[in-house]
Structure formats: C-alpha cells, structure tokens
Write a protein that binds this ligand. Structure first.
Ligand code: KIV
Ligand code: ZN
Length: 510
C-alpha cells in the first residue's frame, strides 16, 4: 500500500534552543544539524536569523553544511527579518522561509497592538516578500489555536493566495485539547478555498502534557507536517517530541497509515547527543528515549518478556537504536577494537582525534574494569573540539573529608602558560570552582546548574558532570567526565568557561 508521507519539521535548533538553558554553540548546532540530516528530518528550522549575529551565522553555516534536509529560517512579518532569513539560508540545497504573525485577539491587541485588518495586510505582504526568495514559504498563525475561527480562515486564505505552500497552526501556549485542535484542521479544510494548495502543519507546546496527542490529532484531521523537537525541548514545558510522534505513527500503522523519512534507529544517539550538549537530562520514564523506556523490572513482566517479548514490549529497543553492547572493551583492547566500536556507534573521527581518544580510553581502562558503549560515547563527547580551548585542565589535588578545610590545588594551562591556585572552599567542589575563578577571573558569570550523573552502573562508573554558567543573559553548558567526580566537575567548569570566552569574542563589536 502506498502510504501518505508526513513531513517531519524539526525545530530543536530554533524553538528548542531559545528555551532557557538550552543554548548551543555554533559547533554544537552544526553537530546537531548533521545528525538531524542523517536521521532523515525533512525540514530543519535552523534558527531565527534576525535575532542575533550568532543566530544568523548558525543558520548560514548549517545551510552550507547540511546535504539533504530543507533549511528553514524563521522571521516575523517584517522586511528586515525576511531579508536576513533569505540571506542566511542562501547556500542551503533546499530552502524555506518561515514567516509568522499573531492572529489571536489577545496577541493582536496587547502584543502586536495591531488591528485585524492590518494583520491581514501584513500576512499578504510578508508571504509575497518571502516568495521573492524561494518558492517554499511557510506561514504560521502564532497563537493559532486561540484565534477566532472566521478570522483564522481569512488569514489562512490570505497566506495561500500570497503564495504560502505550508500553513502552520501553532498551539503556542499549549492550551488546546486534541478534539479542539483536530476540529480546527477540519474546519480549515472545509472552509478555506484552495486549502488543498498548501500543506497543513501542526506545532504544539506541552503546557498541559498533550503536545504529542494534539499533533497526532491534527494529523488525523488532515495535517501532513509535524513540527517537533528532539527530547521535546522547547519554550516552557517544551514542544511535541519528535521521537514520540514518529514512533507512535510507526508502532500504530492501523491508526496512522502514514510514513516518515526518519531512520528511527538514529533516535537514541540524537537524543543522547542533545542531552549531553544542553545538560538537559531526559527523565528516566520518558517515552521512547528514557533510561527505563525498555526496562522490565517486575517479576511478572520479566517472566512474560522471556516467554514472548511482545507481552510487554510494543516496540523493540533496536527500532530506536538502543543496541545492547555485545563487544565490551577493557584494558587489553587495542586500537582495532576501539575503531570497530566507534564504527558500530556511528562515529567518524579523524586520525588525531582518534589517537587522543585512544589515549584517554587507555587511561580510563586502567581505572575501570569494563568499558561500556556509554563510556566510549562520553569520552567522545569530551574530546570533540576541545583541543582548541584556551584553558586546558592539567592537574588537580584535593583535600576533602571531615577534618580540616577542603582545599583544591589546581594547575591549568591558560593560553599555553601553566598557572596554579590553591584555595579553600565549602566542600571540595566549591574549592575547585574558586580555584578556577582565581586563575581566570570572571566575576560577572553565575553558576546556574551543577549536575552529576553516573554514566553506567558500578562504583567505578564515570561521573558525567554538567555545569551551566550565565553571563549577561547568555548561558553556556560545559560537560566533564571522569571516574573521579571532582576531576569531572573541574573539567565541566573549564569547558563551560571556554565556551563563555568564545561567546564573549563572538559577541564583541568588530
Ligand atoms: O509556538 C509558536 O507559535 C511558534 C511560532 C513562531 C511558529 O513557535
Ligand atoms: Zn513554538
């Protein structure tokens, strides 16, 4: 049977990235964009080019890098926004301009301070302007789900007439319930002339926990594009999670006889990469990608699973790329075994990066009996792009425990010069962070998050630490890993500080 195709529009790098604490560096955005492209995402919304020079650069670099996905740039209904978006996506193999304006009475009155007729004029003008740069124009009705139905029909009709080929109706504040949201799409399909000339799209926020249900209800009512994010990150309670909508349609073809271009076996890797980059861990019981999503703890369930996996498993772990590590590495594993493992895990490293990784792998293998896939992935995350960092970790000695003050003796390499500090603190982590601040003062930065998690089980597990720093409204996340939690904490702080220095340079006036 020929199934209808649902377009997957990923907005992790725009709606996701703009939410507090989720900001990514240019390199991190590029990594995520490559992964999304490889995974088969149809449209990657790469950013909001007019928002800042950093956003503009990210969208244009992603446009140069991505091979297959369409790259979308977001803009308001303003000429300058549209021109910036058009310029930023210029080099993309396939480009889309996504323009939006609010249409609900509340937003028009208080946010835009515009009369409805002026909003309709702005829709016609912005879509027509965007069409000067590309045939692929998406128009969104911000706060669409709270828009008065007659007015929504009028706006959609205007956008289609001006040349929009995708019409997106966001549930911006996550207020709608599945039946209401589905009814909106049914109404538009019945009432708007030429509705069949455009693809209808869903964009749902999760304030009441129904973003995925709403997205699927919209699809049932005729939408053929879903806007979503990896791990459901996004403004406030987040957006509909890509992995959930895709796996729901794949697991229930009886209810959703559609197909997507997503290679679902890439889901786990993309999800883990995003949570490492942002420091936003996925809750253990999260659908599809949570640590417990495929764990069967109770005796009755385990017994059923042994008899027939389908008793308690509606989708297989393999289908989302969760593979059991069969070849476990240890201290006797050589370069060849590590290379094979990287290949299995889907990583391609250049020779220098591989040699560095091998050295770190050997050090880890001396301290940890068994090295699991998660350990290797964590090492790789730690390795990527750090050789260019201005501040490098050299050595750390800690005095901790109940007797006496906690003291950190730290050596860092700053721009090629070894620098030392010996500081006391309220606990060893505080002492380490003070030592870093003493060597590289950064009085305006504030620690927003300090988070530790064990990469695997066992008391010799690597600790993966995330540190989030904020300075002048800009946030950066740093990660560090080591079997010694304090060393991992130190590495994570240094990583965040390096990113802060890069951010300062990028935002400094030319
Ligand atoms: O939630 C929303 O309304 C949006 C639009 C800008 C598409 O993100
Ligand atoms: Zn949104």
């Amino acid at each position: 049977m020929n199934k209808e195709r649902i377009t997957i529009f990923d907005t992790t790098l725009r709606d996701g990235e703009q939410s507090p604490g989720c900001s990514m560096t240019l390199d991190e955005k590029l990594r995520m964009a490559r992964l999304l492209d490889e995974m088969g995402v149809d449209v990657i919304e790469a950013g909001f080019p007019i928002a800042s020079p950093g956003d503009f650069e990210a969208v244009s670099r992603i446009s140069e890098t991505v091979k297959t996905s369409t790259i979308a740039g977001l803009c308001r209904a303003k000429d300058a926004d549209i021109e910036a978006a058009a310029q930023a996506i210029e080099k993309a193999p396939r480009k889309r301009i996504h323009t939006f304006i609010s249409t609900s009475p509340l937003h028009m009155k208080y946010k835009l301070q515009m009369e409805p007729d002026a909003v309709v004029d702005a829709i016609a003008a912005s879509v027509a302007k965007a069409r000067q740069y590309t045939d692929d124009v998406e128009w969104s009705a911000e706060d669409g789900s709270r828009t008065e139905p007659d007015f929504l029909c009028r706006c959609v009709e205007t956008a289609i007439r001006a040349g929009a080929s995708t019409i997106n109706i966001p549930d911006t504040v996550g207020y709608a319930m599945p039946e209401d949201y589905a009814a909106l799409f049914t109404m538009l399909r019945t009432r708007v002339p030429d509705m069949d000339k455009a693809v209808l799209s869903v964009h749902c926020h999760n304030d009441l926990g129904v973003a995925v249900a709403n997205s699927l209800a919209g699809v049932k009512a005729g939408a053929r594009q879903i806007e979503c994010t990896i791990n459901g990150i996004g403004e406030r309670a987040g957006n509909a999670a890509l992995e959930e909508v895709v796996m729901a349609m794949r697991t229930r073809p009886d209810a959703f006889p559609y197909e997507t271009g997503i290679d679902t076996t890439a889901i786990t890797k993309v999800s883990r990469t995003l949570s490492t980059i942002t420091g936003f861990s996925v809750q253990p019981n999260k659908a599809v990608v949570g640590a417990n999503a495929f764990a069967h703890e109770s005796g009755i369930h385990q017994d059923g699973m042994l008899k027939n996996a389908q008793t308690y498993e509606i989708m297989t772990p393999e289908s989302v790329g969760l593979v059991k590590s069969e070849l476990v590495l240890g201290k006797h594993s050589g370069r060849h075994a590590l290379k094979n493992k990287l290949q299995d895990l889907g990583y391609k490293l250049d020779d220098t990066a591989f040699q560095d990784l091998f050295q770190r792998f050997k050090v880890l293998a001396d301290r940890k009996k068994t090295i699991f896939d998660e350990d290797i992935e964590t090492l790789i995350e730690e390795e990527i792009g750090r050789e260019k960092d201005r501040i490098q970790f050299v050595a750390l000695q800690i005095q901790a425990g109940t007797r006496g003050p906690q003291v950190a003796e730290l050596v860092l390499d700053v721009d090629g010069n070894a620098q030392n500090a010996k500081t006391e603190g309220n606990g060893p982590v505080d002492a380490i962070f003070r030592a870093i601040r003493e060597i590289v003062p950064h009085p305006d930065a504030h620690l927003q998050l300090y988070q530790v998690h064990a990469v695997t089980g066992g008391t010799d597990a690597q600790a993966e630490v995330t540190v989030r720093l904020e300075e002048d409204g800009k946030t950066v996340n740093g990660q560090g890993a080591d079997v010694d939690t304090l060393v991992a904490s130190c590495r994570a702080y240094i990583h965040a500080l390096n990113k802060l220095l890069t951010k300062r340079t990028r935002s400094a006036p030319a």
